[in-house]
Design a protein around this ligand. Structure first.
Ligand code: ADP
Ligand code: MG
Length: 647
């Protein structure tokens, strides 16, 4: 009775392509209406025209109507039995058979009618809850426009496109694969992946992603990933995996579900034995059908996944919802997480006898292979200054400390001061120059060659506009500790920390020290979330109860080392996620409590004969729909957040 799982949707879509759905629902509604009219007809005929109408016609109308209504339910019960699934269909089917056996056709018809209507409504709303997932599936167009020798040809985006192909995308179309722009400039709406609808400007060399929408310009791009390897493909499989995973409470229900049906059957047998009243037995069977209970957790979980993935928050396992709801401390990395991570060179201080260009040349050549924000900043400045750096002969990176390279036969180091000192370099004379320039809020990186310090480079980073707001929201949610850990120096850390309002600061940390800090927090008995960029924060991310990787779009590392991938850089998604997890937990508890209450009270009143089978069917429908709509409220949460951050 549940809606399809994401995996089923994926399979179906793959087979069929983006055609319409809901065919089955139309048939079910048709059956329900037609059968319902026959049953109603039989009731009315007997009540209003009992003297004029042939009793046989009344009976025939009831019989036909109940058969039409009951067959779909009997059929799915048989299917479930064959597949070995003991669920609610069997109980209802048994109730219907009991009614038929006693010639209670109208009762059977009315019960089946309410069941069918409930099933259809459930399925429709389940589809609504999964709309986010299904929408993702449809975003990648089936057809791609490949450019071969200047001519365009239409090919299948899944089967015929291959890596390295050149594709053309017109304004208004979605990208059929991941790739790199070769020519043209445009603005792209990446909301389908990042959950942020602010257009992103793209030009040659920029990455584009399958399923995102090309808004303004005609672009040609070179395909780098296709089909399920694309970023969107990974998003889909993450959602599908999350949906397949189970909460502890769901596992517990699974364990007891096997006992449920036999227990109900025994109760029904006892009721029959003591009362010999078939109507009570039917009411018991209908009332105990555990639709509401079975739907209680999955409907809330699916709604939560739909709401979070729409905002670019991808969860690898639904049990994280349970943990997220109880997070008491959040540890943030500084660079690239609380700050923009777009470093800029603010100061250059060469040593005696070294000129600026030489300092920059050595630094950029040493950093040639590094993606660290410091490296990017140096290369940007060198490019502007027209300095041609080279490819070094040897290269290695020491996470959280710096890089080492050999070129022209000489060994060079670029990194933090403490690391250069460890390496036996004397940094004291250069460190003495800090006072000569204004270095507040500036991170310093030292450059050395063949045992001599050539100077230092000062880098500046901007604090993200939303960091302070995110921390404030977290504290409002009762997250008592918001800590910042960084490999950067104490002075910079203090300045950033003060702007954002974090409760604790750890500066000068190596990646292992960050992880150890997280571990220590956890040992103090609280659940800890770690937020980082995932590049050299992997150990810390893995050490947290939850690891949240920021800006995960286009970065595979981040998605691997984290349990939650945030496809954008909006830190306010974290308090939102914690709030969502708490609401999901609340809804699940409400649903379970309500479902249980309905069954227990319903069983009691059915047993003592107050609840008739038809009323039982109506009550049962009410409880299922309560659960479905209660959970569906969650789907819409966070819709307002999709609006990009206020500028
Ligand atoms: P954060 O904790 O702020 O993210 P990292 O762990 O990336 O910082 O790095 C810590 C420090 O190590 C940096 O402040 C910098 O001094 C130095 N460092 C790390 N990698 C590099 C590199 N590739 N080039 C220069 N300095 C580096
Ligand atoms: Mg970092």
């Amino acid at each position: 009775m549940l809606g399809e799982s994401a995996t089923e949707i994926l399979d179906r879509e793959r087979r069929r392509g983006p055609a319409g759905h809901g065919h089955g629902d139309v048939v079910t509604i048709g059956v329900a209406v037609f059968g319902g009219i026959l049953i109603l007809n039989s009731y009315l005929a007997e009540k209003l025209f009992s003297r004029t109408v042939d009793p046989f016609a009344v009976l025939l109308s009831a019989l036909l109507g109940s058969l039409i209504l009951a067959l779909p339910i009997l059929w799915s019960a048989i299917k479930d039995l064959v597949r070995g699934k003991i669920y609610m269909n069997e109980l209802v089917a048994l109730a219907l058979l009991a009614a038929f056996a006693n010639g209670e056709y109208r009762t059977a018809g009315a019960v089946a009618f309410f069941m069918l209507v409930t099933i259809t409504l459930e399925r429709r709303t389940a589809i609504g809850a999964e709309a986010a997932i299904e929408a993702v599936v449809r975003l990648t167009p089936r057809q791609a426009r490949r450019v071969v020798e200047g001519r365009e040809e239409s090919v299948d985006a899944f089967d015929e496109l291959s890596l390295g192909d050149l594709c053309r995308v017109r304004p208004g179309e979605n990208f059929p694969a991941d790739g790199r722009i070769v020519s043209g400039t445009t603005a792209v709406n990446q909301a389908s992946i990042t959950g942020e609808s602010l257009p992103v400007d793209k030009t040659a060399e920029d990455e584009v992603y399958a399923g995102t929408q090309n808004l303004t310009g005609l672009v040609d791009f070179r395909v780098t990933r296709i089909g399920t390897d694309t970023t969107l493909g990974k998003v889909r499989s993450l959602i599908a995996d999350a949906e397949q995973s189970r909460l502890p409470i769901m596992r517990m229900i699974d364990r007891y579900v096997g006992y449920y049906t036999p227990t109900v059957l025994m109760i029904a047998a006892l009721v029959w034995f003591f009362t010999r009243d078939i109507n009570r037995v039917i009411a018991v069977l209908v009332m105990s059908c555990p639709c509401a209970l079975v739907l209680a957790t999955p409907s809330a979980v699916i709604a939560a996944i739909a709401a979070s993935s729409r905002l670019g928050i991808l969860i690898k396992d639904v049990s994280l919802l349970e943990i997220a709801a109880r997070i008491r401390a959040v540890v943030f990395d500084k660079t690239g997480t609380l700050t923009e991570g777009n470093l800029e060179v603010a100061r250059l201080q060469p040593a005696e006898g070294v000129d600026l260009a030489e300092l920059l040349l050595v630094a950029t050549t040493t950093e040639y292979h590094s993606n660290h924000p410091a490296a990017e900043a140096m290369k940007r400045l060198a490019r502007e200054a027209g300095i041609q750096w080279q490819d070094p002969e040897e290269y290695s990176e020491v996470a959280g400390k710096g890089v080492r390279a050999t070129f022209g036969g000489r060994r060079c180091l670029v990194g933090r001061e403490s690391w250069l000192r460890e390496e036996g370099l004397d940094t004291s004379s250069m460190a003495a120059t800090f006072g000569e320039q204004d270095t507040t809020g500036i991170s310093i990186v030292f450059v050395a060659r063949e045992g001599r310090v050539l100077g230092w480079i000062g880098l500046r980073d901007a604090v993200r506009a939303v960091s302070a707001e995110a921390v404030r929201q977290l504290r409002e949610l009762g997250v008592r500790q918001c800590c910042m850990v960084t490999g950067d120096n104490e002075a910079v850390a203090r300045e950033v920390g003060a702007k954002i309002g974090v409760t604790e600061i750890r500066a000068g940390c190596l990646p292992e020290e960050k992880a150890a800090y997280v571990q220590a927090l956890r040992e103090s008995g609280i659940l800890v979330a770690v937020v980082g960029d995932g590049v050299n924060d992997a150990p810390a991310l893995a050490a947290g109860d939850i690891g949240i990787a920021m800006g995960a779009i286009g970065s595979d590392v981040a998605v691997q080392s984290a349990s939650v991938a945030l496809m954008n850089n909006d830190l306010r998604r974290i308090p939102f996620f914690i709030g969502l997890a708490r609401r999901a937990r609340l809804l699940m508890n409400q649903n379970l409590a309500m479902g249980l209450a309905f069954i227990i009270l319903g069983l009691y009143f059915s047993t003592i004969g107050i609840v008739t089978p038809v009323v039982a069917a109506i009550l049962h429908s009410t409880s299922s729909l309560f659960v479905i709509f209660n959970s569906a409220r969650l789907v819409r949460s966070g819709e307002g957040l999709q609006v990009p951050e206020a500028r």
